[in-house]
Design a protein around this ligand. Structure first.
Ligand code: MN
Length: 259
């Protein structure tokens, strides 16, 4: 039965009735990174340096070295990223059980609300409304917040003002609801981080980080193409680089979905 499932999977992919959707943004020096207040260490942008390019440095081969903050571009937030999740032995990029890196996704479309209000906050009421149509969110699945934010220019994507960034995200009670009442695997967004731009003013501050990671749950940031996924039924593959004691890493996020 298990073998048959896998055989069907590859034959349906070959036939085109199952599609692979890339939820990843391109990674380059131009990839927007989160800005922090001056008193904190900034996250360096992605940097690519040639080692050789079929030249004196390596006549038959091309390769680069790269550097960046672990939370750059489309990236994974491990529980150990936050102080509230630091004590989970299985909460770092090298220790997360691999079985948690392939899971079902629930996509909640709040793109209209987010276009109208850049400070839009996802609430448990909005999720219950979604569940009334699409069914209850199962434990161990992802909740992905579709805002269409990935369609914005780099400047509008970060959307800074004098009082900080203005980007949509989850409310405190929404994160409590998803962590405790739904026991989700993690929370994914199209914005530069899993929390709303103004989440530094919330109580507690940064609830997606504070509450997801204190419950050994994950984050995904800077996703794209969420508009190509159905509300339910997609499976996403999310393995971060196996950095020893890493807090997260850029990754390629792939979704399997029926057409
Ligand atoms: Mn992050």
């Amino acid at each position: 039965m298990t073998t048959e499932t896998l055989t069907n999977l590859v034959s349906e992919m070959a036939a085109g009735s199952l599609r692979v959707v890339d939820l990843t943004v391109p990674l380059s020096a131009a990839t927007p990174v989160i800005g922090l207040p001056e008193e904190f260490s900034p996250s360096p942008a992605f940097k690519l340096e040639q080692i050789s390019h079929y030249d004196d440095r390596g006549p038959a081969w091309y390769w680069n070295s790269f550097s960046c903050g672990e939370h750059t571009g489309t990236h994974f937030d491990a529980p150990g990223h936050w102080i509230t999740g630091q004590d989970y032995a299985d909460g770092y990029t090298d220790t997360i059980p691999p079985g948690k890196l392939v899971a079902a996704a629930n996509v909640i479309d709040v793109s209209t609300e987010s276009a109208e209000n850049p400070d839009f906050l996802l609430t448990s009421d909005r999720i219950r409304e979604w569940e009334a149509v699409h069914g209850r969110i199962a434990a161990g699945t992802w909740v992905l917040m579709r805002t269409d934010w990935s369609k914005r220019t780099a400047e509008d994507f970060l959307n800074y003002a004098e009082d900080g960034p203005h980007t949509p995200g989850p409310s405190v009670e929404c994160m409590e609801f998803l962590a405790h009442d739904r026991d989700i695997l993690g929370f994914g967004v199209e914005t530069v981080g899993t929390d709303a731009g103004q989440a530094f003013t919330f109580d507690p501050a940064f609830p997606a980080h504070q509450l997801m990671h204190s419950n050994n749950k994950f984050g995904l940031a800077s996703l794209t193409n969420l508009d190509q996924l159905p509300p339910t039924g997609a499976v996403i593959i999310t393995p971060p680089l196996k950095i020893v004691t890493g807090s997260g890493s850029p990754l390629r996020v792939l979704a399997l979905t029926s057409v």
